[in-house]
Design a binder for this molecule. Structure first.
Ligand code: CUA
Length: 331
């Protein structure tokens, strides 16, 4: 029986360790989360090995002979056994609660002066605004490596949920209240923000990018301020570069392919083809009133309908110019 238990336990442990079950870990918070995962996994491996050992041994050792139709002897309770099978799970569940409680306190502990990013969810897009950058608003989440950030979440319409698997943190965004979740990115890279609460037709495409930058790159990003630059450059007419900045900042590339901007997403229509030969009015209408005309194979109501409020007028001009230039459209 001991041998069966050891073999089964070792086999399951190999499966647990060799296959990378968790996505890479990109925040300090993920350490506490992963620890609870492994504590539970190890407990499960031991219990599974015990059950398998007793079951397999019993099936083999006490199997009935082909001609034996007798029932086994009735058993009338065993106080000692009942105490054991009550006590052991109680201890295990209490231990798991303890570890989980410690992890929860650890990840929820928001130190004073933690940088804040306001996150707004709506059908079907995310927007992020940065009080430390004059409430600049973007369609991608930009974070600085090593700096803890408190994300304050709210929703405009229905319940959504913020989740970045590599951050291990997940929190609902609920209309009318502000929820919060803390992340301390520890690894440079680009990760996917996923809505993880079924919120309507476009739920599966409600995604955004989270970019973790080094301190220098973060400072450079703070300097950039595409909105201000586009306003200033509007008169000069050289808005092409700014347009790309707005395209990126608004997260257009997380849904649309546009080779000029290096995006290849396929959630919404491919801008390289649908904007070919169209004029400025068409592009503008497609942004501010996306349900007006729906490209074949796509659904109305997936693209947010409030871009006329979210994008300042001069930025919208720059974005339209940029899209026309990028797709070879005329005016
Ligand atoms: Cu928003 Cu699902």
């Amino acid at each position: 029986m001991v041998l069966v238990g050891l073999v089964v336990g070792a086999a399951v442990a190999v499966v647990a360790v060799v296959i990378p079950w968790l996505p890479e870990s990109a925040t300090d918070e993920s350490e506490a989360i992963d620890l609870t995962y492994w504590v539970v996994t190890i407990i499960c491996i031991v219990i599974f090995a015990l059950v398998a050992a007793v079951s397999i041994y019993a099936v083999w050792k006490f199997r009935a002979a082909p001609d034996d139709l007798e029932d086994g002897k009735p058993i009338h309770g065993s106080t000692r056994l009942e105490i054991v099978w009550t006590l052991v799970p109680t201890i295990l569940v209490t231990a798991i609660s303890g570890v989980s409680g410690w992890a929860l306190l650890d990840v929820q502990n928001v130190a004073e002066g933690t940088r804040v990013v306001n996150v707004t969810a709506q059908q079907f897009a995310w927007s992020f605004s940065y009080p430390n950058a004059g409430d600049r608003t973007t369609g991608e989440l930009v974070l600085e490596e090593g700096t803890p950030v408190e994300l304050r979440l709210t929703a405009k319409d229905v319940i959504h949920s913020f989740w970045v698997p590599e951050f291990r943190m997940k929190q609902d965004a609920v209309p009318g209240i502000t929820t919060s979740v803390k992340v301390t990115p520890k690894k440079l890279g680009t990760y996917e923000v996923i809505c993880t609460e079924l919120c309507g037709l476009g739920h599966s495409v409600m995604r955004a990018q989270a970019r973790v930058l080094s301190s220098e790159d973060y400072d450079a990003w703070l300097e950039e301020q595409p909105g201000g630059a586009a306003g200033g450059g509007g008169g000069g007419g050289g808005a092409g570069g700014d347009g790309q900045g707005i395209f990126e900042a608004q997260g257009c590339g997380s849904c649309h392919t546009l080779s000029e901007a290096g995006s290849s997403a396929q959630v919404g229509p491919n801008l390289d083809t649908v904007l070919e030969g169209v004029d400025a009015d068409y592009v503008r209408a497609a942004i501010v009133d996306p349900n007006e005309e729906i490209s074949e194979g796509f659904q109305p109501g997936v693209m947010p309908q409030d871009y006329d409020e979210r994008i300042p007028e001069e930025d919208l001009d720059a974005l339209v110019d940029y899209l026309l230039e990028a797709t070879g459209g005329g005016r």
